[in-house]
Design a protein around this ligand. Structure first.
Ligand code: SF4
Length: 274
């Protein structure tokens, strides 16, 4: 039988657990419709499960006229928050406190006269959210590059690797006269990567469970794949193929911060069945 090993930090991270708990508590009251702007977390199966409980994502905030609006873990845009408040809609702010910290530092740096650089993925909702709270007066950098400002304040998307962020900071330092950098990377992401990298060296095959739309799961997969070439990124147990496990004795399983325990358990059961 295949031996299965899991990383210690698996299942929802603190921020996701907190957000899900908040919406489920509201849904249990059963009084009002609950909307999230975009998916509350980047995990399609969990979002589907929440939809069954009446918690549904909308793409356009203008479609919401009643009920309760949930601010998702990655944060919403400033104009969306203003719209919700202007309309007098009820809301639950489930933004992860670590994401809020990025925003807080960015706003503070702007007020202090720094040109704010957000290291991160331009299209990621967290980055879009932070930028919006700067009234779009900030620069997003995805790779080392020059910016034409001498007084620079840097924050980063929570799920990035420190070395990656520091490479960008080092490049900025070449031109800057003054630079302030707030390390806003979430420890949880880093710990997961360390644990998964260690496990990948001890097994014959690694399974990374999580949404294909989840940036932190994808990055986890890319990192682990560099260590263990037989690494697969799957969303559910149904994505696995029996052939992968031919002549395999030890399998490692881990997941992204937005992967629910029930998906991990299903994958574990299925692997043991192969
Ligand atoms: S990974 Fe970190 S920053 Fe992102 S939601 Fe989880 S706790 Fe918050």
């Amino acid at each position: 039988m295949i031996e299965v090993y899991k990383t210690k930090n698996i299942g929802f991270c603190f921020g996701v657990k907190r957000a899900i708990k908040m919406v489920l508590k509201e849904a249990e009251k059963g009084n009002e419709k609950i909307h999230t702007i975009g998916p509350i977390i980047h995990n399609p199966q969990m979002v589907e499960m929440l939809a069954d409980k009446g918690i549904k994502p909308v793409t356009d905030i203008k479609d919401i006229n009643d009920g309760i609006v949930v601010f998702r873990t990655h944060g919403i845009r400033k104009e969306e928050e203003e719209y919700i408040k202007r309309k007098g809609l009820k809301y639950i702010d489930a933004t992860c406190p670590f994401v809020k910290k990025v925003r807080r530092y960015a706003i503070m740096l702007k007020k202090m006269g720094y040109k704010v650089v957000i290291v991160g993925e331009r299209e990621h909702p967290e980055v879009k959210s932070v930028l919006s709270y700067l009234d779009n007066d900030g620069i997003v950098l995805q790779k080392p590059d020059k910016v034409d400002f001498r007084k620079i304040g840097v924050v980063s998307q929570t799920t990035l690797e420190k070395e990656y962020v520091l490479d960008i900071v080092k490049e900025l330092l070449k031109e800057a006269k003054e630079l302030r950098f707030f390390d806003t990377i979430c420890d949880n992401t880093w710990i997961r990567k360390q644990e998964a990298s260690r496990l990948a060296q001890e097994v014959d095959l690694m399974i990374i469970v999580g949404g294909k739309n989840s940036s932190n799961t994808t990055k986890l997969y890319e990192k682990v794949k560099r260590i263990q070439p037989r690494t697969y990124h799957i969303e559910t147990d149904k994505d696995m193929e029996k052939d992968w496990f031919k002549d395999i004795k030890r399998v490692g399983i881990t997941g992204g911060a937005s992967t629910p325990d029930f998906l991990i358990d299903m994958v574990e059961r299925q692997v043991k069945n192969f």
